[in-house]
Design a protein around this ligand. Sequence first.
Ligand code: ATP
Ligand code: MG
Length: 289
Amino acid sequence: MATKWNDIAYYQVPTDDSFRLKPQNPDFTGEIDGKKQAAELLQGGVEQLAELQDVLYADGRWGVLVVLQAIDAAGKDSTIKHVMSGVNPQGVKVSSFKKPSSDEMSHNWLWRYSKEVPARGEIGIFNRSYYEDVLVVKVHDLASKQGLHESLTGKKLFSHRYEDINAYEKHLTRNGILVLKFFLHISADEQRKRFLRRLERPEKNWKFSLSDLEERRYWDDYQDAFESMMRNTSTDHAPWYCVPMNNKWFGRLVVTKTIIERLKALGLSYPQLNEAQKQALEKGREMLA
Ligand code: ATP
Ligand code: MG
């Protein structure tokens, strides 16, 4: 039987180290019949998400951290734009992480991200995240240039970082922050097409950067780093979702659906009024009558 596109367990990365990136199919679109049907489903999802966010805010006991990681041109920005298009901007904050400043680099590596973690009641989106410190930092061997003593940058560096991430995400989870992590998966060929489009279409020109092409030479190293990241940091408290993204319209749908399902599972509710609050309502009604 064909996999139902909306079975979010299908995209969830196992926690037992068995995950391999190569066999994952970035072209997967389940039984969805093209862009048009996807757009309709997305619209429904966006509305549902808006309702859930309203309760999340009112409930106030849970926060949500959405982490997006991917190779260049996979569609992080447009995913955020579409998935969050219906939610109240007051309850959402997007944080994008670029190369760390020297101030940021002089602190422990999780420091700059910690400051951006959402409060309970809020949705925070990390456009890139602390995972860059086991991705670009690994691919380009940057740790030794970030001011750490050499005794701290040995062979164990990345297994220690995975450990720290797992502990940190447990810490967040134990504090009411739901951690949802999405890896947007595209093929090398699809990335090439998207870069070409940036060159060809005037309205996309501004997105083109030669350095993205330089990075493309490290494609295999990045794939290895992504795979290792997911194998080591997909946990019961914060699993990774590997999202097929060669068709952006499909990937966005999967991200939306996953956030909705995970929010629903929290059992959110509007606060119940106590006696005094109920009396205050009654009094308010009388005063306005
Ligand atoms: P994006 O590529 O996410 O759409 P952008 O094109 O606006 O964003 P870039 O200049 O590409 O901006 O900024 C992101 C760059 O910062 C990436 O190359 C990324 O690898 C790098 N970066 C992010 N976090 C770190 C980090 N902790 N250490 C080193 N480099 C980092
Ligand atoms: Mg970029």
